[in-house]
Design a protein around this ligand. Structure first.
Ligand SMILES: Nc1ncnc2c1ncn2[C@@H]1O[C@H](COP(=O)(O)OP(=O)(O)O)[C@@H](O)[C@H]1O
Ligand SMILES: [Mg+2]
Length: 277
């Protein structure tokens, strides 16, 4: 979650998912909630996505069904894409793909939210839809759009915690206290537990004064803890967005240097947090 675009939310989601499946042997589902479909394109490529989108096998159909249950049927088994990713050694990563149509649906769902009588609670549409498969996964990672609209709230509704990826500059970090505050209120209203897991620094430029000083400020940020895994700005991280390349291992895709180590540390901290019992 971050209200800014371009701060590596999607890159962090996909890399973390691939790390959890490859090095930690977890079964992971990525839910792409962003109509920009970037996580979807990174994991299955454009051609596959176009076919699915034409057939209505995307997350948009979940919400369309809620709006018009007599006309639209969401078919979970056909929509879940099994064993995705362009890293050939990865087998246990599934995806619920997104669609540009989500933009349209978003507005209609938002209106539905204000209507006085409706049998479906608009905050719980996603929750209901994925209930049959919830427990098939060790981790479900949700890539959110840069807003706190109704579709994003559907993602928060089914989450135990959230990460805030951010570039350490003034504008990208500006909204963080507001995100933390609003998510806290949301969780309190619904009486659910939703932890702020922490801030993940992305696209860090070592030679930038502003990045250095913002990083120092973030260390003292009281709203959310700072993960010590820092993702430096780096070409290989940017190239990882290209689905048309094929890799055999995580490190081959994401890099042999600090990037893979940063993903490893981030995944380790999350796993330790949820499996400490
Ligand atoms: N560490 C990095 N170094 C260089 N480029 C990066 C890095 N992380 C992400 N990028 C690139 O930055 C852009 C924005 O990242 P993305 O994950 O799409 O952000 P968001 O989902 O927050 O909009 C993408 O082109 C991505 O490939
Ligand atoms: Mg994104």
């Amino acid at each position: 979650m971050n209200l800014k675009g371009g701060v590596a939310k999607t890159t962090t989601t996909v890399g973390l998912a691939e790390m959890l499946t490859s090095e930690f042997k977890k079964k992971v589902l990525v839910i792409d909630l962003d109509p920009q479909t970037n996580a979807t394109l990174m994991l299955i490529g454009e051609n596959k996505w176009k076919d699915l989108n034409e057939d209505g096998y995307t997350i948009a159909t979940i919400f369309e069904e809620a709006l018009d249950p007599d006309e639209v049927k969401f078919i979970l088994e056909k929509t879940i894409q099994k064993s995705v990713s362009n890293i050939s050694s990865i087998k246990n990563l599934d995806l619920l793909p997104s669609s540009l149509d989500l933009m349209d649906v978003q507005e209609r769902i938002a209106k539905m939210a204000t209507g006085p009588f409706h049998e479906t609670n608009p905050i719980e549409i996603l929750k209901k839809a994925i209930r049959p498969i919830n427990y098939h996964y060790d981790y479900i990672l949700i890539d959110c759009p840069p807003n706190l609209d109704i579709i994003t709230l559907n993602g928060l509704r089914i989450s135990n915690g959230y990460l805030i990826p951010t570039v350490p500059d003034i504008l990208s970090t500006y909204g963080i206290p507001q995100i933390v505050k609003r998510v806290k209120e949301f969780a309190r209203n619904l009486d659910i537990k939703l932890e702020s897991l922490g801030i993940v620094v992305t696209k860090y430029k070592e030679n930038s004064k502003i990045h250095k000083s913002t990083l120092e400020l973030l260390k003292n940020e009281s709203d959310a803890p700072l993960f010590d895994s820092i993702f430096k700005e780096n070409n290989q991280m940017a190239n990882a967005a290209d689905f048309t390349k094929y890799y055999s291992t995580f490190k081959e895709k994401w890099g042999y240097d600090s990037q893979s180590q940063a993903f490893y540390n981030l995944a380790k901290q999350i796993v330790e947090r949820y499996e400490r019992k």
